[in-house]
Design a binder for this molecule. Structure first.
Ligand SMILES: Nc1ncnc2c1ncn2[C@@H]1O[C@H](COP(=O)(O)OP(=O)(O)OP(=O)(O)O)[C@@H](O)[C@H]1O
Ligand SMILES: [Mg+2]
Length: 403
């Protein structure tokens, strides 16, 4: 595409400039202006790539013209033709927003000046677009944590991630699950994966930095749902190779290309777990109807509330239907927090699902436990994730699940 130019110059001198520019077919003089006000008006309406402005332009002083064009058409670069190398004037013009100044008499190299200035503007525009796209694309990080071993973190992480991935299939949104159980990760078993790469490989390769392209190479796909997984190391001795730096970098990189980043964590509060909790937008704190679990959850909650805003931490009650003499109200008052979701106990289904490596939100999607997790996924997405017919319909899908 030709570079569009307005030449702003006194009538008598305009040909000296336009003759040089017309020799290059890549340059297109879209207008000529002969005073300052006209130059500003034409720049505002035509929004050319370049305004070539004579410092001696009449009507308005050149500094005001540069300032006004820079404000009215920020993508236009102003190059000023000055009569002599008056450094003070050049400095003031550049400060007003001029991109370059050329000292007369103009020669053929005016063309290369125009081209260089235009290229710089283009690069800056591209960089600005890329960085605003990256900012707009910051994915949401959901860390699943419990101080209690065996609370159901991995069960929830695997099924919630699969429910989300299934729900966004066919859209632009993408979901990734990170298994941060660096010593004894089991998400690969739960989802029946055969990973080629793990987070340990990423740590090794990315010791000087991780970007979204690199992390992508270390993900494994769950074919049935389209979910991507950053699998835990294959043996515990690789755990130490995964540092806080790798975890932080990997999450940041995943945020650029994934909309939902679910992180399954171990119950030990090691530095990599804390890095995930720090990076999270939401922490789902899993607890159960058991005094020891509640005690630990309360202690963890007190600590987390000191570190993070209260709305970041949401409590999930797992095995919620167990008959153990503790009620939901007991839990809520003991924790000083209402429950974000309740997931019932379903030993046979959950264990079979784990044994077969088939997440129950896919294999038994109409069971109560699957529906509760789909409901949580729907809340996260802001739309129905159940895969059943009929949209949310003013909260109808939540009503179907919670009655
Ligand atoms: N709602 C449930 N109903 C029945 N069984 C469940 C339920 N939730 C979890 N389980 C079972 O409890 C066991 C522990 O679950 P899971 O591995 O998800 O816990 P975890 O918190 O990830 O444990 P760890 O701390 O070892 O990582 C598993 O055998 C799982 O099948
Ligand atoms: Mg686990």
């Amino acid at each position: 595409m030709a570079i569009t130019i307005i030449v702003a110059e006194a009538k008598a001198a305009v040909n000296e400039v336009t003759n040089i520019l017309r020799r290059d077919r890549g340059l297109d003089i879209v207008a000529e202006a002969h005073d300052g006000r006209e130059t500003i008006d034409l720049a505002r309406t035509l929004r050319p790539n370049i305004v070539l402005l004579a410092a001696s332009i009449i009507g308005l002083d050149a500094i005001s013209v540069v300032e006004e064009i820079t404000l009215a058409s920020p993508d236009t670069a102003v190059i000023v033709l000055v009569d002599d190398a008056d450094l003070e004037l050049i400095r003031r013009l550049m400060r007003a927003g001029a991109r370059d100044c050329v000292v007369r008499p103009v020669k053929d190299d005016l063309v290369s000046t125009v081209r260089t200035v235009n290229e710089t503007m283009q690069k800056q525009r591209d960089a600005a677009v890329a960085s605003s796209a990256a900012q707009a694309h910051q994915g949401s990080v959901i860390a699943i944590y419990s101080p209690q071993g065996g609370a159901g973190k991995s069960m929830l992480a695997a099924n919630l991630s699969v429910a989300l991935a299934k729900a966004v299939a066919g859209t632009k949104e993408r979901v990734v699950l990170v298994d941060l159980n660096l010593q004894f990760g089991d998400i690969d078993l739960m989802l029946n994966l055969n990973p080629v790469n793990t987070i340990a490989g990423l740590a090794q390769k990315g010791h000087t930095g991780v970007d979204s392209e690199l992390v992508e190479q270390y993900l494994t796909t769950h074919e049935e749902s389209g979910l991507k997984i950053l699998v835990a190391p294959s043996t515990p001795q690789y755990a130490e190779s995964v540092t806080v730096y790798t975890v932080e970098q990997a999450i940041e990189a995943l945020r650029e290309t994934y909309h939902y980043i679910i992180i399954d964590t171990p119950s030990q509060l090691q530095d990599t777990t804390l890095a995930a909790l720090d990076a999270a937008n939401t922490i789902l704190l899993v607890t159960s109807l058991d005094l020891l679990a509640l005690h630990k959850t309360r202690t963890a909650l007190d600590m987390l509330r000191q570190l993070y805003p209260p709305e970041k931490i949401q409590v999930i009650l797992n095995r919620a239907n167990s008959e153990v003499g503790i009620t939901i109200q007991d839990v809520e008052s003991a924790l000083g927090s209402s429950l974000r979701a309740q997931i019932p106990s379903d030993g046979r289904l959950v264990v079979t699902s784990v044994n077969e490596g088939k997440p129950f939100v896919l294999s038994s999607s109409t069971t109560v436990i699957a529906r509760r997790i789909q409901a949580l996924a729907s809340e996260i997405l802001g739309r129905d994730a159940s895969g059943n017919d009929g949209g949310p319909g003013g909260g109808g899908f939540l009503k179907r699940i919670f009655g």
